[in-house]
Design a protein around this ligand. Sequence first.
Ligand code: NAP
Ligand code: ZN
Length: 350
Amino acid sequence: MTIKAKAYAAQTATSPLAPFDIERRTPGPEDVQIRILYCGVCHSDLHTVRNEWRNTLYPSVPGHEIVGRVVAVGDRVRGFKVGDLAGVGCMVDSCGHCPACAEGEEQYCDNGFTGTYNGPLFGGENTHGGYSQNIVVKESFVLRIRHDEKDLAAVAPLLCAGITTYSPLRHWRVGPGMKVGVVGLGGLGHMAIKIAHALGAHVTLFTTSAGKVADGLRLGADAVCISTDRERMAAHANGLDFILNTVAAPHNLDAYLGLLKRNGTMTLVGAPESPHPSPQVFSLILKRRQLAGSLIGGIRETQEMLDFCAEHGIVSDVETIPMDYINTAYERMLKSDVKYRFVIDMATLV
Ligand code: NAP
Ligand code: ZN
């Protein structure tokens, strides 16, 4: 017996998302079944359904910023009961025994983690994500939500945009006295500003959108620089300790590496369809700068991030949309026209 769920799926890389019926496994002893209330819309969803990373399995039901209510639990589940709020992020399984898993960094699992969607590894089938009415996930990959229930839609994006920015900010020890740059003001970028600000850093936003200056300051940036203005960029040269680059498209990384101090690091979290045209080695070697990458965050750290955000009153700035708006939402996301995360109200999927 399986559980039926209505969902939205792409059938090919060029077809729009449309209604599609899926089945979930009945909860096993360690499983939690969640009725999905809200699901955030990540740029990775768009990269995936359009096969921009050339690894998409179809039909593709995206969505990995999931919040909902527990409706059933298996016999061995101890941490959740029916009626609890729960979250699911980008992963639903990993091997559990490699060094990365042992250290709570399942996202770097040596045997490959199972993505919440497009994750074919352990079960043999293509996992389906949060653009659906329910999901069944093993307890160890389910997150506890401590925010006020009225903020639930705005909590959903923390499950990817929140942890993807929190994890590198913590790893590179961002805190008071540090000058941090955030590149790109979208879903990830706006969370990066809020979290870096809460960690006590001095934050400068670099945006291509002149219309986002006031929002950048409101969200917690101390300064905003329009990155297409060479003179303004030059004023920041050699001034930053750390840069978190969230841009979803290929661009010239040298323009940002030049803003780092000696020993500074720029970490890429944006994952464009095709490579960046740079860097030149001199951007790195002249000041012993480092270029790094970071992938989401482990389950333990995701819980830590949720608790940190609850404690600091941090949620996402969202535009709540009905399920059937999703294709329009994708087009707007491509135009950087989202303030700053679309979140699907799953009650509209009937
Ligand atoms: P988003 O909301 O679309 O934001 C991306 C921002 O990049 C835009 O708002 C825009 O900011 C800037 N940008 C500049 N030029 C652009 C262009 N030509 N096309 C698109 N954006 C441009 O996307 P997101 O959901 O924050 O995701 C950002 C990237 O991170 C995506 O590639 C996504 O797949 C990736 N991601 C990675 C991880 C990870 O684990 N590493 C996790 C989640 C997502 P301005 O208007 O301010 O310039
Ligand atoms: Zn994501």
